[in-house]
Design a protein around this ligand. Structure first.
Ligand code: AGP
Length: 614
């Protein structure tokens, strides 16, 4: 939540900061602000609402400096308003700060500062930070040196409890930006005579491909032509630079109306890249990045898959795959529940954490809990160097490319694909599933990109259906087995971008209560891809048709004559990986319903892409 950008160099900072903020808007978009330094003075402009409002602000012209920090906000403390938007300054206007995260003890710090004569303009937790820096700086009676500034920042930060990625500038030191992070992401892009800071790599990918990934409790002092790194005691150290191979255009809309539509259409490539060189037909799967052995797998009594939202839905499919291929009991849990329910974990448990961003606060906390109980941890993530990947014992990456739209699409299908490959890898090590069947499954995985393309060829048909149902108030999604897992994902997608209330049910569960909600004209979406369950699911759908429901069926089966309102055929594949195909019509359906309603598809209300707070 919240996106931060920084620039120091010879160009006007404003344009670069606004470009960066625009690509970070997925992290929050209720207000935005920029501070630059010119002639030893900090100039600041803030506006409520989207970055476009900031860009259009009549005051924006006053930002002429070549050093600056910027922020797009997702409100936690204090309502969205100009006063509460970042940057925040200390009372003397000497220090300006932008912050992503939450300062949990801000009330105590605010009281301490108030008792020491400081006053506050905003209701935010962040405003304590510049004032604390000022407090420590002004109480140090030594000469004003950069070291004194850095020491004041370190002292201020050591008072903070919670999570933070901070950028700090000072009118007394117009040639540097100081940054530090703990449990919130921050990267530094190295340019030629200029440097960039951002919450994520895509925000500044158009300017550089060389990045430093700041560690927790690490400080950096960033000049235009050098960057100095320090540990938590301010001991200097060298840091390895990473070259990022992503193409800058992968973080742009590339002619599509919205990122979500672009990302839906990128799924054939995302799956191809995720498969990569992990297997070939006739050869065992290989994961160079993990050294899990047969004896370790044999020692396991349980696997946990822990995640949030869409990533958790991918985990549900992962459970079906691992249990079927490996016969290891696998439990899926929502990270925010798992972390507080005293789960039974020991060294015989493997805990898998699925997270597109690798920054989700609850998933990270669940990972830390699992490690503390002796379990091995494995991250499935899309973002190289993200916090979860750095803390897990093992990491395997989906190679979906940057996912910008708040609603996750290509990350979900890539996660399911990678969990399937992981399941095959485990099964090959264990010898737990017939080799010939594993080869068939591999062949089905290799066919996925072209099959996704043929599902995408049906876009017009799905759009027509969306045109008919976009005024509905409620919708239901039904399925059995992995079709139920997809129903959950389809229902979440619809809720988050179209604001239509929807429920997903295991089809057989309907008559135990929710069928009371079915009345004339209600839309029910049925997913049928498991040959063994066709008749069962059809019977459940007949029950809703009898009660007046309109049904939209997504299937890869030959269905008997029926009275469904619409039926969309998708290519056949192994039922374990069919969610990768059956979810696509549901993604498109939500997308076109949202468009019909005139909503902002990429930035739905109240949501942010990276949920870095509890
Ligand atoms: C997906 O459409 C959602 N916006 C959300 O549920 C998301 O999947 C969840 O917040 C988890 O994010 P992560 O994968 O980055 O951990």
């Amino acid at each position: 939540m919240c996106g931060i950008v920084g620039y120091i160099g010879n160009q006007k900072a404003k344009e670069i900061l606004i470009n960066g903020l625009k690509s970070l808007e997925y992290r929050g978009y209720d207000s935005a602000g920029i501070a630059t330094i010119e002639n030893n003075k900090i100039d600041m402009v803030k506006e409520k609402g989207r970055v476009a409002n900031l860009e259009a602000s009549p005051e924006i012209g006053k930002l002429t400096g070549t050093i600056g920090i910027a922020h797009t906000r997702w409100a936690t403390h204090g309502k969205p308003s100009k006063e509460n938007s970042h940057p925040h300054m200390d009372n003397s206007n000497t220090f300006a700060v932008v912050h992503n995260g939450i300062i949990e003890n801000y009330a105590d710090l605010r009281k301490f500062l108030t008792d020491n004569g400081y006053s506050f303009i905003s209701q935010t937790d962040t405003e304590v930070v510049p004032n604390l820096v000022h407090y420590y700086f002004s109480n140090d009676k030594s000469e004003n040196t950069l070291n004194k500034f850095l020491t004041a920042v370190r002292k201020a930060v050591s008072d903070l409890k919670g999570s933070y990625a901070l950028e700090i500038i000072s009118s007394l030191f117009p040639d540097v930006i100081i940054v530090v992070r703990k449990d919130s992401p921050l990267v530094i892009g190295k340019g030629n005579g200029e440097n960039f800071i951002a919450s994520d790599i895509p925000a500044v990918l158009r300017y550089t491909k060389d990045f430093y990934l700041l560690d927790d409790n690490e400080f950096a002092v960033i000049y235009k032509d050098k960057i100095n790194f320090y540990d938590s005691s301010l001991e200097p150290h060298n840091k390895e630079i990473k070259n990022i191979e992503w193409d800058a255009s992968s973080a742009e809309k590339d002619g599509y109306e919205d990122y979500m539509l672009k990302e839906i259409n990128e799924q054939p490539t995302a799956i191809r890249e995720t498969i990569g060189s992990r297997f070939r037909l006739g050869e065992p799967c290989s994961f160079d990045d993990i050294d899990i052995t047969k004896s370790y797998l044999e020692s396991l009594n349980k696997i946990f898959i822990v995640a949030c939202g869409t990533a958790m839905h991918a985990g549900l499919v992962g459970k079906a795959i691992i249990e079927k291929l490996c016969r290891i009991p696998t439990e899926v849990d929502i990270a925010s529940e798992f972390r507080y329910r005293d789960p039974i974990i020991d060294e015989k448990t493997l805990c898998i954490f699925v997270s597109q961003s690798g920054e989700t606060a609850d998933t990270l906390a669940a990972l830390r809990l699992s490690k503390s109980k002796g379990a091995k941890t494995l991250a499935v993530s899309n973002v190289i160097g993200s916090t979860i990947t750095r803390e897990a014992d093992y990491t395997i990456y989906t190679h979906a490319g940057p996912e910008i739209a708040v609603a996750s699409t290509k990350a979900y299908t890539s996660q399911v694909c990678l969990l399937a490959i992981l399941g095959i890898y485990f099964a090959e090590l264990l010898g737990s599933y017939p080799k010939v069947k594993l080869e068939e499954l591999k062949s089905d995985i290799l066919d996925l990109p072209s099959k996704i393309e043929s599902v995408l060829d049906n876009t017009e048909k799905i759009k027509e259906f969306a045109d008919k149902v976009y005024t509905q108030k409620d919708m239901f999604f039904l399925g059995r087995g992995t079709d139920y897992d997809v129903a959950l994902e389809g229902s979440l997608k619809l809720k988050e971008i179209s604001y239509i209330h929807s429920e997903a049910y295991a089809a057989g569960e309907l008559k135990h209560g929710p069928i009371a909600l079915i009345e004339n004209g209600v839309t029910v979406i049925g997913i049928i891809t498991n040959e063994k369950l066709v008749e069962k699911t059809i019977s459940n759908l007949q029950e809703v048709i009898t009660r007046g429901a309109k049904t939209f069926i997504i299937t890869n089966q030959v269905l008997p004559n029926n009275n469904f309102s619409y039926c969309l055929n998708i290519p056949a594949t192994n039922e374990l990986i069919s969610p990768i195909l059956s979810v696509i019509p549901l993604q498109l359906l939500s997308y076109y319903i949202s468009k019909n309603k005139g909503l902002d598809v990429d930035k739905p209300r109240n949501l942010a892409k990276s949920v870095t707070v509890e």
